[in-house]
Design a protein around this ligand. Structure first.
Ligand code: MMA
Ligand code: CA
Length: 200
């Protein structure tokens, strides 16, 4: 094709010029649309990367927080066992005071819901307050988180409200036996075990 006559032909007559303008506008529109689509997809890609980064940062911070908590509690004498931190006291307090001690440290008196946990509490070989009470309703024993008893390790003939006394708080007493729990008056002073369950 001979270019010069063609270009001249297109530009030299008014009608052809008009056609060229329409064609150019059409082409520009197509180009614009293409560009729009390209830009949009690449920008969405960026947003994705940003979201992933944000998520990774969040996960990192959460993990660091857990690690720091882990270090802090270990440092203060808490021991880790199967998903929870436990603290066994050196002093003795009433059941209620023992419980506040735990609550002030983001924990509560120990809740025993497995044989492993039961063994764990027994091995200290002491009379120890646990998170068990029937203070709200006599004879209805509940854990401090409000859950009813499922696994029970009451000692022989316990709970017995011994000699008609109000024995509304639970302790480990007969630690030589797997069935070690006893009900005892809440105002007596015992050592205690706190448990802080780690969020999954
Ligand atoms: C203590 C007291 C009671 C318990 C009996 C079991 C003598 O009282 O701990 O709560 O039931 O011992 O012998
Ligand atoms: Ca008792």
């Amino acid at each position: 094709m001979n270019l010069i006559p063609t270009v001249c032909y297109m530009f030299c007559t008014g009608e052809k010029l008009y056609k060229l303008v329409v064609l150019s506008i059409g082409l520009l529109c197509v180009l614009q649309a293409g560009l729009n689509i390209t830009l949009r997809t690449s920008l969405y890609g960026c947003e994705d990367t940003e979201a992933v980064l944000k998520n990774m940062t969040k996960e990192r911070d959460e993990m660091m927080k857990k690690l720091t908590t882990f270090a802090d509690y270990s440092h203060q004498g808490w021991v880790y066992f199967s998903g929870s931190f436990y603290y066994i006291s050196l002093e003795k307090k009433s059941w209620k005071e023992s419980r506040s001690y735990c609550q002030q440290r983001n924990a509560d008196l120990v809740i025993i819901n497995s044989r492993e946990e039961q063994e764990f509490t027994r091995r200290f070989r002491k009379e120890i307050w646990i998170g068990l009470t029937d203070r709200e309703e006599e004879g209805i024993w509940k854990w401090v988180d409000g859950t009813p008893l499922t696994t029970r390790f009451w000692g022989r003939d316990e709970p017995n409200s011994h000699k008609g006394r109000d024995e509304d708080c639970g302790e480990i007493k007969f630690y030589d036996n797997e069935k070690s729990w006893n009900d005892k008056p809440c105002d007596i002073e015992n050592v205690w075990i706190c448990e802080m369950t780690l969020a999954l």
